[in-house]
Design a protein around this ligand. Structure first.
Ligand code: AMP
Ligand code: AMP
Length: 364
């Protein structure tokens, strides 16, 4: 029996997505630019590695992916590497809402969405003149910056004006800088079960800002290090249980508001609220990511939160595949896929154990 095919781009959280697809009984393929393909050839659970000269060549594969009834599972690098327009116009089956892409990619629309959902955000300032005396320090986020690269911090009006002049363009937003603990909440909105799950949480490690505390104050004073926010990895964190209900409620409001504001079809699949928690135990949401985030890579084998929902190890990547499998079985694939809805026969799930046995057999 041929297994239905799930495909993704080779980067970000591809290994987790494909391992999850495999564990749920799908065949899986990764499309990777030359040079990045070698990583994916190492893993026996990946059925096919499609090497392309560069991401520009991706669209040329589309007809073939459609003919093969493949389903694309997007991740955080889809927009970075293919661009928002290509993501919107891809004809191949695509897991998730595409209407949210425009809202996610535009910081003003994001603020409109989160504000409508009554999600607390740090104060934003249209111009430097709007910043009040009690609002310093502020963080300046340049548009299109990926992974925190190109952000900067200003402690005073003079400091801000100097840095903005050096920047030389006006494509940025200014936010009040929140001093607290960063916590990224990984949600999954299931259409099949009509529920919101929290599957895991992480905090990012960003260089050099997460290293500054290792410098004694007198050294900091002498060298005046410039903080930067380039993400290099992620580490796990569990939240105080008393704050978990509010984490769920924020996520639920975000989902409900999307149906009113963005698309009557709603918003589903994995998403992340990036929060900073202050000493008064309040969340401040700095951003929403509308797809699987790379912090979920910590939990390929499940997490303390996923264990509250599932009796087996459940990563976000596997959760996507599970939802797709269940939607297909219920005749509801069209509810979770945008673009070409793949036509699949019924299929069996290959269990994790089967997979490990197969690898053992191959090794013998
Ligand atoms: P990469 O494929 O590693 O170059 O990542 C592509 C984009 O995904 C980066 O520009 C980041 O914005 C984002 N990204 C990658 N890894 C992470 C991570 N561990 N945490 C957060 N964002 C990430
Ligand atoms: P973002 O691209 O919005 O996810 O931000 C990248 C990183 O910049 C975050 O992980 C935080 O470390 C930092 N950051 C962004 N916005 C704020 C803020 N308002 N206050 C404090 N830190 C922030």
């Amino acid at each position: 029996m041929t297994r239905p095919l799930i495909a993704t781009l080779g980067s970000h959280s591809a290994l987790q997505i494909l391992r999850g697809a495999h564990d749920e009984g799908f065949a899986c393929a990764v499309v990777a630019p030359a040079g990045k393909d070698t990583l994916y050839r190492r893993y026996p659970f990946i059925d096919e590695v499609i090497a392309i000269p560069s991401y520009d060549a991706f669209e040329a594969l589309e007809d073939d992916l459609i003919a093969r009834q493949a389903l694309l599972v997007p991740h955080g690098s889809f927009v970075a590497y293919l661009g928002e327009t290509t993501n919107q116009t891809l004809r191949a089956g695509y897991y998730g809402s595409r209407a949210v892409l425009r809202w996610e990619g535009d910081r003003d629309l994001q603020r409109e969405w989160l504000t409508a959902a009554d999600v607390p955000m740090p104060a934003g300032f249209a111009t430097a003149d709007d910043i009040g005396a009690g609002d310093w320090p502020v963080i300046v986020k340049t548009f299109g910056a990926a992974g925190g690269q190109g952000y900067f911090l200003a402690r005073s009006r003079g400091h801000l004006d100097d840095q903005l002049a050096a920047l030389g363009h006006d494509r940025y937003t200014i936010q009040r800088y929140i001093v607290g603990v960063t916590l990224y909440v990984h949600y999954f909105r299931s259409i099949v079960h009509d529920r919101l799950e929290i599957l895991s949480m992480d905090r990012r490690y960003e260089t050099n800002v997460d290293g500054l505390g290792r410098l004694p104050w007198h050294v900091q004073q002498a060298v005046e290090p410039v903080p930067s926010y380039v993400v290099v990895g992620n580490s796990p964190l569990v939240l105080r249980e008393s704050m978990l209900e509010e984490a769920y409620r924020m996520g639920e409001r975000v989902v409900a508001t999307a149906s009113d504001l963005i698309d009557p079809r709603g918003f589903w699949g994995p998403f992340c609220l990036e929060t900073i928690i202050t000493p008064d135990l309040r969340f401040h949401v700095i951003e929403i990511s509308c797809r699987i985030v790379a912090g979920t890579n910590l939990f390929v084998d499940g997490s303390p939160y996923a264990a509250l929902w599932f009796d087996e190890p459940m990563s976000t990547g596997r959760r996507i595949a599970r939802e797709v499998r269940e939607a297909h079985a219920a005749g509801r694939l069209g509810d979770v896929v945008t673009g070409h809805v793949p036509s699949w026969d019924a299929f069996d799930r290959t269990s994790r154990t089967d997979h490990i046995d197969r690898i053992d057999e191959a090794a013998r």
